[in-house]
Design a protein around this ligand. Structure first.
Ligand code: NAD
Length: 500
């Protein structure tokens, strides 16, 4: 049985299992437990015990443990890349890149946690000058992390690494398509950090995820589709469990008249087709100024035609990891073509039952599903616009708002500010994800809350504000012993300070 099939039940023990498979061949990669409510509750209980000890280690102790884990992952990077390759089908070189970026984030989160989260003094202000005021970002306890399959290391580690660095224990539910990657992370964490329960991994399908949402974790970091995100949020509402939502996108590239067109074409093709297009911040749409449109289209097609899917070591992209996604890609391309769009490369026939060939679409109506819905395949639409105002308007005409790319020599920052997204790359593509100091996340259908950067660390904490009285105030404001003279003084201060 594979992740796409129902689980198998052992007739003697009653235990349910499922297998993960290599998407190009269907070969079984591993067999994993389907964890139910009781297993999830036990994992959360173990994590809660670990959380108390982990918090007690302080930043220094945690920093040493996380450094040991980072080194162990680096030493065994080829093992991890192999599991990623086996379960997703992506090229090994891409899996290595994913591991490298993950380690960079883990190092950043570890190194910056003390400064970002540690106790800081703030000014108490004139009225409360007799107080010392401090803010400190304390761990929440246990953070639940639910992850997708497309970047099975990098994406969940955006939550896991930052949650651990902030002093929490974690219960992680990897995608049913990549359970082996999840278990690899759990086992390596246990070996390197020697604190049982610190990173618990529960495997299974949607119901295992639902059990984690309902388990009483202190926060739930979800990465996946907006449709599942809605269910997770609705379920979390029952227990007022706070959530971070990292959902899908429909990211656009805007190409201005002064853009470096070779760079823009290269970035468009890589952004749209790397990982077979299965990237939340992948390029799905391009809006190119009419003056450069023809040249850009020609360059994009010339690069994209050499992008070759396969499972052999020389392949540029792998198969589609999730077979059902092939239907989505086929449907979007068919809709675009049926409604007047033209496939300059690829097309409906370019999608078989394992692979999607690179597809470049032009003249696609803006209300086609190829433009409005997340395709998550190696396809891209390119549209001609008469002005950058029009490009911005069309780029923003989506419920999603994750990332975007701008190619412009003179006006990159200015165009970036006008885009309703959480992240923008200027004259490069998806580069924000590789800069650990930058927060990652979106707006609208793409979700809310942030992973990565200082915001990602704080997301996994509860800010605690402390006001400590250092000396008695000359006049008591917050007491029933307040006098008429004090009340008169308050009225005078209001007018003097605020111009009343
Ligand atoms: P998905 O929504 O199908 O599944 C995500 C996870 O949720 C899986 O682990 C799944 O088992 C679990 N799940 C399913 N039903 C659940 C339920 N009712 N309660 C709790 N958990 C449940 O998404 P996917 O196909 O694994 O991932 C692809 C999607 O993820 C795309 O939309 C992509 O854009 C998005 N994504 C977003 C980011 C980001 O950071 N914004 C990163 C990577 C992927």
């Amino acid at each position: 049985m594979t992740a796409a099939d129902p689980p198998t039940r052992d007739p003697e023990t009653g235990a349910e299992t499922f297998t993960s498979t290599q998407p190009a061949t269907g070969d079984v990669v591993g067999t994993h437990a389907v964890h139910g409510e009781a297993d999830v509750a036990a994992a959360v209980a173990r994590a809660r015990t670990a959380a108390a000890e982990w918090e007690g280690l302080g930043f220094d102790g945690r920093g040493r443990a996380l450094a040991a884990w980072r080194k162990l992952i680096a030493r065994r990077a080829s093992d991890l890349a192999e599991v990623v390759h086996a379960e997703t089908g992506k090229p090994r070189a891409d899996a290595w890149l994913e591991v490298l970026l993950t380690l960079d984030h883990l190092a950043w989160a570890t190194r910056h946690a003390p400064k970002v989260l540690g106790r800081q003094r703030v000014s108490p202000g004139m009225l409360m000058a007799n107080h010392a005021a401090t803010i400190e970002y304390l761990p929440l306890g246990v953070v639940g992390v639910i992850g997708p399959w497309n970047y099975p290391v990098f994406t969940p580690m955006g939550s896991i690494a930052y949650a651990l660095a902030a002093g929490n224990a974690v219960v992680f539910k990897p995608s049913e398509h990549t359970p082996g990657v999840g278990e690899w992370l759990g086992q390596s964490a246990a070996e390197a950090m020697e604190l049982p329960g610190l990173l618990e991994v529960v495997t299974g399908f949607g119901p295992t995820g639902s059990a984690l949402v309902a388990s009483g974790v202190d926060k739930l970091a979800f990465t996946g589709s907006a449709a599942t995100g809605r269910k997770v949020m609705a379920a979390a509402a029952a227990t007022l469990t706070p959530v971070v939502m990292e959902c899908g996108g429909k990211d656009a590239v805007i190409v201005d008249v002064d853009a470096d067109l070779d760079a823009a074409a290269d970035a468009t093709v890589w952004g749209a087709m790397a990982n077979a297009g299965q990237t939340c911040t992948g390029v799905e749409r391009v809006y190119a100024h009419a003056d450069v449109y023809d040249e850009l289209v020609e360059k994009v097609v010339a690069i994209a035609k050499d992008v070759r899917p396969g499972i052999d070591p020389e392949a540029d992209i792998g198969p589609m990891t999730m077979p059902s996604q092939l239907d989505v890609v086929r449907r979007h391309v068919a809709d675009a073509v049926a409604r007047g769009g033209r496939a300059l490369l690829g097309g409906v026939d370019a999608v078989d039952d394992r692979y999607a060939q690179p597809t470049v679409l032009v003249d696609v109506p803006e209300d086609s599903s190829a433009v409005t819905e997340e395709t998550f395949g190696p396809t891209v639409t390119i549209a001609r616009v008469d002005s950058i105002d029009e490009a911005v308007e069309r780029a923003n005409a989506t419920g999603y708002g994750l990332g975007a790319t701008v190619f412009s020599k003179a006006n990159g920052d200015e165009i970036a500010r006008r885009l309703r997204t959480g992240m923008v790359s200027v004259n490069s593509v998806i580069s924000f994800a590789a800069i650990p100091a930058l927060p990652f996340g979106g707006v609208g259908e793409s979700g809310f809350g942030r992973i990565h950067g200082p915001d990602g660390l704080r997301e996994m904490t509860r800010p605690q504000a402390v006001a400590r009285q250092r000396m008695r105030a000359p006049v008591a404001l917050t007491s029933f012993r307040r006098t008429k003279a004090t009340d008169a003084m308050v009225r005078r201060i209001v007018r003097r300070l605020h111009g009343g």
